[in-house]
Design a protein around this ligand. Structure first.
Ligand SMILES: Nc1ncnc2c1ncn2[C@@H]1O[C@H](COP(=O)(O)OP(=O)(O)OP(=O)(O)O)[C@@H](O)[C@H]1O
Length: 217
C-alpha cells in the first residue's frame, strides 16, 4: 500500500459517507485531522458514526459504503475492531501469529501484560478470555509497527483491572484513536476529543475543554 506523504496531517478525513444503495442518505459528514503523536477519543452515542469513521480512517470501509470527498493516510494504520476475535487466526498459536521478524513475540506479550508470556505463546485464540484476546490483538497491532492504532470499543465489557491493562497496552501506540462511549475513560487516555452525533461532528477540541463543557451542561 502507498501513503500520501505530501499531506500535512497523518490522517485526513474530509468527506461524506453514504450507503451505495441510497446515496442521498448521509451516514457521516465532516472533517477530521489527526497528527503524529496525538491521542484522540471519538465519542458519541450508538449509531452516531464512530465505527464508520474509524473504518474510513483505516481504509477499511465496507464495499457497500460510498465516499464523496477525500480520505488520506500518510502512514500505516492498524484498526482493532469491536470483534477483535477476527484479527487472530483461530488455528494458529498466539506466539506464531506474533512472529514479526525483528520484533520479539515475548516482548509484545510482555508489553500488553500477557504473562507468563511462555503460556500465551503456546495458546490458541479460543483459549483466551475476552480481555486477553483484546490484548493479543493489540500486541498484533504493536507488532506491525503501524504508526497509528485505532481501537474501536476495545475496553467495552471488561472488568476494571482488565480494562486498565488493555488501556496500558493501547497507550503503547505512537498515535492513538480511541473509540468509546465512556467519556471518563477516554479523558484518562486521550488529549483530544471529537464527538459525533447522528453522523455529524459536533465537537472537536482538547479533552480538557470538552470535559469542562460536559460538566457545565
Ligand atoms: N455497511 C453499512 N451499510 C449501511 N449502513 C451502515 C453500514 N455500517 C453502518 N451503517 C449505518 O451507519 C450509522 C453509523 O454506524 P456506526 O457503526 O458507525 O455507529 P457507531 O457510532 O459505531 O455505533 P455503536 O456505538 O453502536 O457501535 C448507523 O446508522 C448504521 O446503521
Amino acid at each position: 500500500m502507498s501513503y500520501n506523504t505530501a499531506v500535512s496531517h497523518l490522517l485526513h478525513f474530509d468527506a461524506r459517507l453514504y450507503p451505495k444503495a441510497d446515496p442521498s442518505t448521509t451516514l457521516l459528514q465532516g472533517t477530521v485531522d489527526i497528527d503524529q503523536g496525538e491521542s484522540i477519543a471519538i465519542l458519541g452515542p450508538s449509531g452516531s458514526g464512530k465505527s464508520l469513521l474509524s473504518q474510513a480512517l483505516a481504509g477499511r470501509l465496507p464495499a457497500t459504503i460510498g465516499v464523496e470527498g477525500s480520505i488520506q493516510r500518510a502512514a500505516p494504520v492498524t484498526l482493532i475492531q469491536q470483534q477483535c476475535r477476527t484479527a487472530l487466526n483461530p488455528l494458529v498459536r498466539i506466539g506464531k501469529q506474533l512472529s514479526f521478524g525483528a520484533v520479539c513475540a515475548h516482548d509484545l506479550l510482555e508489553r500488553v501484560g500477557l504473562r507468563p508470556t511462555s503460556r500465551f505463546m503456546q495458546a490458541y485464540p479460543g483459549e483466551l478470555s475476552g480481555g486477553q484476546l483484546q490484548r493479543a490483538a493489540i500486541a498484533m497491532a504493536l507488532g506491525t509497527q503501524a504508526q497509528v492504532l485505532i481501537a474501536d470499543e476495545s475496553t467495552t465489557a471488561l472488568d476494571a483491572i482488565t480494562q486498565a491493562e488493555v488501556v496500558a497496552a493501547l497507550q503503547q501506540a505512537q498515535t492513538l484513536v480511541f473509540i468509546s462511549h465512556d467519556i471518563a475513560l477516554a479523558a484518562s487516555i486521550c488529549e483530544h476529543a471529537l464527538e459525533i452525533r447522528s453522523g455529524e461532528i459536533v465537537a472537536d477540541s482538547t479533552m480538557a475543554s470538552y470535559v469542562e463543557l460536559q460538566c457545565n451542561h
